[in-house]
Design a protein around this ligand. Structure first.
Ligand code: NAD
Length: 383
């Protein structure tokens, strides 16, 4: 029964104390709004709330022999006091911020700190930062002592809704993004919305395209919610953010639980990414953020879907309107698109001269078709 029990989002030891205490502990676990990511004995819970780090991080690291917190300069400047309140006396390892530092060198910095602090297998690494910090720290945890426990405390919206689910960890090798990595699930994730108050605006808005994508894949109510509260979401209203993070995480958790190692089902998560990645790559990763490219990739996927009779015109218009209200780009410029379509064939998800292309059949529902690359190029053209 152990794997099944592991999938519970909280565990309460009823062997200690009386019935009242057990009942209160169960109630407290229920009140911590958590999503269980079911991965057998590697299952873990993602807790979502506002100002939860102070109370919960100490509890989650209580049993570790030692704890090493990894963060970056910007996050430490903005939220060092929260960290100090949660883990008094912690001496975090401060990495250089940014994708350009998601390198084997940063990984080695963590290994050396682990060595200096004498970390063993019962120790815990804590990733306190955006997707870059959590990808590097997760990979360090996967490799230190052939696998050490780690926790993620994401500080960007993207790291909360996307990087916190699925156990993918990696570093870049020169220009090759995420080329060295491992699947290594964290032992827990704390999504503390209060940390988002200082996230730079462009990154925050960019991550909303992943939220829209997630809604389209598996949660029509999330789409309604985004429409109803678009202004509040952009203004980072905490209760709206808690709701969208919980819902996004739940959809992704459901999908990756069914397909932990990307055998095919996870493919639906590529909605908007096939053309999005090509746009990013063809513009040298300088023009669009990943999320902005995904927004344009979604618009392109809606158009392809419409031309194949999979996506209705009203659905297409609805999503486009929402992306615009959230401050995301929706205008595909002909030149940029042509260049992107020309390199579509280099997509790593491609099989031969065909490509699995994900389209929206209705809000909350997607359909994947294996399309000849040439046909996809034609369907994605503006005219
Ligand atoms: P990031 O980690 O580079 O953070 C963006 C910038 O914001 C950095 O300069 C950082 O220092 C700063 N920052 C982070 N949190 C802050 C806060 N609360 N206040 C002030 N500044 C803050 O970028 P990101 O968008 O979070 O993550 C992108 C990375 O995530 C990419 O490397 C991508 O490959 C990875 N990723 C991984 C997965 C996965 O499944 N493992 C999924 C999506 C993305």
């Amino acid at each position: 029964r152990r794997p099944a029990y592991a999938e519970a989002h909280a565990r309460v030891d009823t062997g200690r104390g009386d019935v009242d205490l057990s009942a209160r502990t169960v109630q407290a676990a229920w009140n911590r709004r958590a999503i269980a990511v079911a991965a057998g004995e590697r299952s873990y819970a993602i807790e979502v709330g506002s100002a939860i780090v102070r109370d919960r991080l100490g509890v989650l690291t209580a049993e570790a022999t030692k704890t090493l917190v990894v963060t970056d300069r910007n996050v430490l400047a903005a939220h060092g006091s929260t960290l100090a309140a949660a883990l008094p006396g912690a001496e975090p390892l401060e990495l250089e911020p940014g994708e350009q530092h998601k390198t084997p060198r940063a990984l080695e910095q963590i290994w050396r700190a682990a060595l200096a602090h004498d970390l063993d297998r019962e120790s815990t690494l804590v990733a306190f930062g955006g997707g870059v910090v959590s990808d590097i720290t997760g990979f360090a945890a996967a490799t230190w002592m052939r696998g050490t426990r780690w926790l993620a405390v994401p500080t960007t919206l993207l790291a909360m809704v996307d990087a916190s689910v699925g156990g993918k960890t990696a570093v870049d090798l020169d220009d090759s993004k995420n080329s060295v990595g491992a699947f290594w699930q964290p032992a827990g994730v704390l999504c503390d919305i209060a940390l988002l108050s200082t996230e730079p605006q462009r990154g925050f808005v960019s991550a909303l395209s992943e939220v829209v994508k997630t809604a389209l894949i598996g949660d029509p109510e999330l789409l309604d919610l985004l429409e109803a509260r678009a202004d509040a979401v952009v203004a980072r209203d905490p209760s709206s953010l808690i709701e969208i993070v919980l819902r996004s995480v739940a959809v992704k958790a459901r999908i990756v639980s069914l397909d932990e190692r990307e055998s095919g089902l996870r493919r639906v998560l590529n909605l908007g990414h096939t053309i999005g990645h090509a746009l990013e790559a063809s513009t040298g990763y300088r023009c669009y953020t990943h999320g902005e490219a995904v927004s344009l990739g979604l618009v392109a996927a809606l158009q392809v879907g419409q031309r194949l009779g999979v996506t209705s015109h009203p659905t297409s218009e609805r999503v486009r309107g929402l992306l615009m209200r959230l401050g995301l780009p929706v205008e595909l410029r002909a030149n940029g698109l042509d260049d992107a379509l020309a390199i579509l064939g280099r997509d790593k998800k491609r099989q031969g001269t065909y490509i699995h292309f994900v389209m929206v059949s209705a809000p909350g529902r997607v359909e994947t078709q294996l399309l000849p690359l040439e046909q996809l190029r034609r369907l994605a053209q503006l005219n």
